[in-house]
Design a protein around this ligand. Structure first.
Ligand SMILES: NC(=O)c1ccc[n+]([C@@H]2O[C@H](COP(=O)([O-])OP(=O)(O)OC[C@H]3O[C@@H](n4cnc5c(N)ncnc54)[C@H](O)[C@@H]3O)[C@@H](O)[C@H]2O)c1
Length: 269
């Protein structure tokens, strides 16, 4: 039998994994997970200082090559610039993780407010970062992905990409649930299915949809959220390690077009 054993299937040595939003909470955790399996890492973010901290946190523990690229994904030129830098450095992309997003805690005018006050300009910016940049960067990286023998695109969605919000969770808090977030994440799930059928058999395309992660939200919100979560807690960054490693590696070699929901069972209710 010539098939690989489990450890060989998880081996990411000499692979190049590109993560947008790489300075963010979940982005760093995904980078650490892939570096632990031997992958080289490319971190993209508009937060320059956050990128340096993320790079240090990886190099403190793992012997990976880590490239940081400060780029704003709202800038139409960014995808081609990123692809060119990665081409010069690695000549390929094995894993592309479209993770950067405006999220529930992003501070923006006309964002986490009532429907009547959600602004069109912020809607457009959110669609640009959360959805359009995933299309544009995937397209810009296509020849680099085609250089890989095991290319995998992973789009980071959300439970709100396939479920309507329950606004009673937010009562008495300054939190809310923007329509643009839901629409952008719903679009990302459909982009995942579209790319999976069009880019196969050489490139696999899947999504991970996280549930809510604990980030110091008001206690009233946390209590309500936890009470309707079967696993009775909010998420932690490390909860996404298994999903990312599975979809990035040869463990999922025959899996494409799927949405792996990691939410403590929240969406099953
Ligand atoms: N935290 C949660 O509860 C939760 C729940 C569901 C889904 N998600 C999804 O998980 C992913 C990661 O979330 P997180 O909690 O780590 O968020 P985060 O805010 O910590 O990280 C997001 C990163 O994206 C970067 N970014 C935003 N706009 C950018 C732009 N224009 N150009 C370049 N970089 C940009 C930010 O600088 C930030 O570092 C997101 O796609 C988010 O929607 C998170």
């Amino acid at each position: 039998m010539n098939s690989k054993n489990i450890f060989q299937m998880l081996d990411m040595s000499n692979r190049a994994s590109l993560i947008t939003g790489g300075a963010g909470h979940i982005g760093v955790e995904m980078a650490l997970s892939l570096a632990e399996l031997g992958s080289n890492i490319i971190l993209i973010d508009k937060d320059f200082n956050g990128l340096q901290l993320a790079k240090e946190s990886i190099l403190n523990v793992f012997n990976a090559q880590v490239v940081t690229i400060a780029a704003d994904l709202e800038d139409e030129q960014s995808p081609s610039k990123i692809a060119s830098i990665v081409d010069n450095k690695f000549g390929k992309v094995d894993v592309l993780i479209n993770n950067a997003a405006f999220g529930g805690t992003t501070v923006l005018e006309g964002w986490t407010t009532t429907f009547a006050h959600q602004s069109l300009s912020t809607w457009r910016r959110a669609l640009e970062v959360n959805l359009t940049s995933a299309f544009a960067l995937s397209q810009a990286c296509i020849s680099l992905l085609n250089q890989s023998k095991s290319a995998s695109i992973i789009n980071i969605g959300s439970i709100y990409g396939f479920l309507g919000p329950d606004l009673s969770l937010y009562e008495g808090t300054a939190m809310n649930n923007p329509a643009a977030y839901a629409a952008s994440k719903g679009g990302l799930l459909q982009l995942t299915r579209w790319m999976a059928t069009v880019l196969g058999p050489d490139i696999r395309v899947n999504a991970i949809s996280p549930g809510g992660v604990a980030r110091g939200q008001p206690q009233a919100f946390v209590d309500r959220y936890v009470s309707r979560t079967p696993l009775k807690r909010m998420g932690r960054e490390e909860d996404f390690k298994g999903a990312i490693v599975y979809l990035a590696s040869d463990m999922s070699a025959w899996v494409t077009g799927q949405n792996l929901v990691v939410d403590g069972g929240w969406s099953v209710w």
